[in-house]
Design a protein around this ligand. Structure first.
Ligand code: HXC
Length: 259
């Protein structure tokens, strides 16, 4: 598929990279871009050689939100009846391999929500996160009022959703929204390092780890722990478990086959 609003590449044949590419609009997210993003991530997910994906933007903006120009004239019938705007946002949640958001500059509104839909966020030191929808007479529509409080707690989430203030990278790290903050010129290097590390492990195990951590947000503790235990036990049926433990015992590097 030829892409117009994203750039798609791979690193070392193992990491799939999607760069949002509407620089003049600060990567404002429209339906066509979200379709392309979903298609690219699904294609990487289906490619056995790919072990991890990265979603990133430009230095100035990861994404400044859903495209306000496109949304401005929508009626309730368009938004709800035709499911415009949100129709294709959940595709990223169906991706089974790990997806890292590498965020530089603005991650606002739908941009912040998109970053939060990824498995973890690595932020450049110039990153700014916010849910400023309230300024437009709306509220977040792609999980901002749900994933943000789970990440940073109620008080900061309310503060951001109600006052529209932005959180800088340092505050985002303190609050637990992002996993690391790095110098802006080291963002891709550091994110690729994390992605390549993930690619060294068994894909079966990395997918199981992702699935199990995500379960923590969908269930109570006992159910979540039981879910984890079932997956943990199941992994003893894989060749990669034998390989990983044999390699440790025999002091050699493991060679995982994703089997
Ligand atoms: C459409 C956008 C845009 C957006 C920026 N642009 N954000 N276009 N949708 N979300 C465009 C501007 O119109 C402008 O185009 C160009 O990008 C550069 O932006 P400037 O405002 O000139 O840049 P700057 O002064 O540096 O300010 C950057 C900014 C500001 C703080 C990020 O652009 C801003 O506040 N943007 C809107 C952020 C926002 O409200 N996001 C939430 C959207 S609602 P021109 O043609 O003038 O050069 C949302 C709902 C999610 O996301 C629902 C999920 C399904």
């Amino acid at each position: 598929m030829a892409y117009e609003l994203i750039e798609v590449s791979t690193e070392a044949g193992k990491v799939g990279i999607v760069r949002l590419n509407r620089p003049k609009q600060l990567n404002a997210l429209n339906e066509a871009l979200m379709d392309e993003l979903g298609a690219a991530l699904k294609a990487f997910d289906a490619d056995e050689a790919i072990g991890c994906m990265i979603v990133t933007g430009s230095e100035k903006a990861f994404a400044a939100g859903a495209d306000i120009g496109a949304m401005a004239q929508y009626s309730f019938a368009d938004a709800y009846g035709r499911d415009y705007i949100t129709r294709n946002w959940e595709t990223i949640r169906s991706i089974r391999k790990p997806v890292i958001a590498a965020v530089s500059g603005f991650a606002l509104g739908g941009g912040c929500e998109l970053a939060m839909m990824c498995d973890f966020i690595i932020a450049a030191d110039n990153a700014k996160f916010g849910q400023p929808e309230i300024k437009l007479g709306i509220i977040p529509g792609a999980g901002g009022t749900q994933r943000l409080p789970r990440a940073v707690g109620k008080s900061k989430a309310m503060d951001m959703a109600l006052t529209a203030r932005m959180m800088d990278a340092q505050e985002a790290e303190r609050a637990g929204l992002v996993s690391r903050v790095v110098a802006v010129d080291k963002l891709m290097e550091e994110t690729l390092g994390a992605a390549l590390t993930i690619c060294e492990f068994s894909q079966i195990a990395t997918m199981a780890a992702k699935e199990s951590v995500n379960r923590a947000f969908e269930s109570g503790l006992s159910d979540g722990v039981m879910f984890e235990r079932r997956l943990f036990h199941a992994l003893f049926a894989t060749a990669d478990q034998k390989e990983g433990m044999d390699a440790f015992v025999n002091k050699r590097k493991p060679s995982f086959k994703n089997r």
